[in-house]
Design a protein around this ligand. Structure first.
Ligand SMILES: Nc1nc2c(ncn2[C@@H]2O[C@H](COP(=O)(O)OP(=O)(O)OP(=O)(O)O)[C@@H](O)[C@H]2O)c(=O)[nH]1
Ligand SMILES: [Mg+2]
Ligand SMILES: [Zn+2]
Length: 306
C-alpha cells in the first residue's frame, strides 16, 4: 500500500476518479472524510486535492483518506436534498457562460452565479454572438463590466473569442458554468479540440438546453485544467451566516454606511442610500431586483442563511 496525493476528476455513486502521476485511480471514500464534512451533500468535487492509498491487490483502485484544504469552492444549495452541494473546488477562473439567444439571456442567473462565486475570479462570457447581440444584452454586459467583472464575447461558429479564452485560461483551473444549452461543452471543445465532449441541441419548443452534460468533470490538458459542469435551471445560493446579502453586490458597497437605518435591508426602510442610488441610476434596477428576489428566497429558507 502506498499513500499518494491526487486530483479528483469526477465522482459518481461515491466512487471517485483520482488523477495522480499521469494515471487514474478509482477510489472509494473512507468514512472519516465523509464524517468530517457532513454538512455538505457531496464531500468531494472535481478539483479537490486528496490523499489516497492504493490497494495491495490492485494498482488502479484505492481509498481516499483525506481531503486537502480548499482554496475556494463553488457551492450551491440543493433544494431537493436540502443540503449544500459543491460544484467544483480550487478554481482559478470561473467562466460564467451565457447566451443572448437560444436559450435567452438571463442576467438574474448571472447575478446568482456571481454571488455564489464571490471569492473566485470570474469572467462573464457571452457565447453565441453569431446569433446577434441585442442592445439590452449589450447594456447589461456593460453594467457587469462597470461593476468590475471582466466580460468577453465568443462564438464557436465564427471562432470569435476562442483564442483569447485559450490564452486567458492558460496555466489555470477553469470552470465553465451556466444554464443548459449556452454552449459550455462546445466552448471547451473549441478551445481543446482533443477532449471531444458531448454537446446537445437546444430544444426548439422550450428554447432551452437538454441537459447534455450530466456530471461535473475535470479534464487535464497541457496548459492547465478545465471543468465542464451540467447546466442547471435555477441556482440557489448560500451566503455566510451573519453576512448581509448586500455585501455580495460590489456596486452597493460604497452606499451601505450611508443608510439611515443600520443595519438596513434596503427594502422598506426610509432614507436608504441603496434605493436612492437605484433611483439616480447609479445602481442598475435589475441588479436591485435580483437583490430583492434573492433576499426573500434566503428569508424563506430560514434565518441561518440571511
Ligand atoms: N449558433 C451557435 N450555437 C452554438 C454556439 N455554441 C454552442 N452552440 C450550440 O448550442 C447547443 C448546446 O451546446 P452545448 O455545448 O451542448 O451546451 P452546454 O452549455 O454544454 O449544455 P448542457 O451540457 O446541457 O449544460 C449545441 O447545438 C451547440 O452546437 C455558438 O457559439 N453559436
Ligand atoms: Mg454540456
Ligand atoms: Zn439601505
Amino acid at each position: 500500500m502506498s499513500i499518494q496525493k491526487g486530483t479528483i476528476l469526477f465522482g459518481a455513486n461515491n466512487i471517485f476518479t483520482v488523477s495522480a502521476g499521469g494515471r487514474e485511480y478509482l477510489c472509494r471514500i473512507k468514512g472519516k472524510v465523509l464524517k468530517q464534512k457532513e454538512t455538505v451533500y457531496n464531500p468531494l468535487a472535481p478539483g479537490d486535492q486528496v490523499e489516497f492509498s492504493t490497494d495491495v491487490h490492485s494498482d488502479t483502485e484505492g481509498r481516499i483518506l483525506d481531503r486537502m484544504p480548499r482554496r475556494n469552492a463553488l457551492m450551491r444549495w440543493n433544494r431537493k436534498r436540502q443540503n449544500l452541494q459543491t460544484v467544483a473546488a480550487n478554481i482559478d477562473l470561473l467562466v460564467v457562460v451565457a447566451s443572448g439567444k437560444n436559450p435567452p439571456f438571463r442576467p438574474r442567473f448571472i447575478d446568482r452565479v456571481l454571488i455564489a462565486a464571490h471569492d473566485i475570479p470570474s469572467l462573464v462570457l457571452l457565447n453565441k454572438v453569431d446569433l446577434g447581440v441585442s442592445t439590452e444584452v449589450e447594456e447589461r454586459l456593460e453594467n457587469y463590466r462597470g461593476i468590475g467583472y471582466p466580460v468577453a464575447y465568443s462564438s464557436i461558429k465564427t471562432g470569435e473569442g476562442i483564442d483569447q479564452l485559450k490564452e486567458y485560461s492558460a496555466q489555470k483551473v477553469c470552470v465553465y458554468f451556466g444554464q443548459s444549452g449556452v454552449g459550455k461543452s462546445s466552448l471547451i471543445n473549441a478551445i481543446y479540440p482533443g477532449l471531444k465532449l458531448d454537446v446537445g441541441e437546444v430544444s426548439l419548443k422550450y428554447d432551452r438546453g437538454r441537459h447534455t452534460t450530466k456530471n461535473a468533470r475535470l479534464y487535464q490538458h497541457h496548459h492547465g485544467a478545465v471543468i465542464d459542469t451540467p447546466g442547471i435551471r435555477h441556482l440557489e445560493i448560500k451566503i455566510e451566516e451573519n453576512d448581509g446579502l448586500d455585501r455580495y453586490f460590489p456596486e452597493f458597497l460604497s452606499y451601505l454606511n450611508q443608510c439611515s437605518f443600520q443595519p438596513c435591508r434596503h427594502i422598506h426602510e426610509p432614507d436608504c442610500a441603496v434605493k436612492a442610488a437605484v433611483q439616480r441610476g447609479e445602481i442598475h434596477p435589475d441588479r436591485y431586483e435580483s437583490y430583492l428576489r434573492i433576499y426573500s428566497e434566503l428569508e424563506e429558507r430560514g434565518k441561518t442563511y440571511v
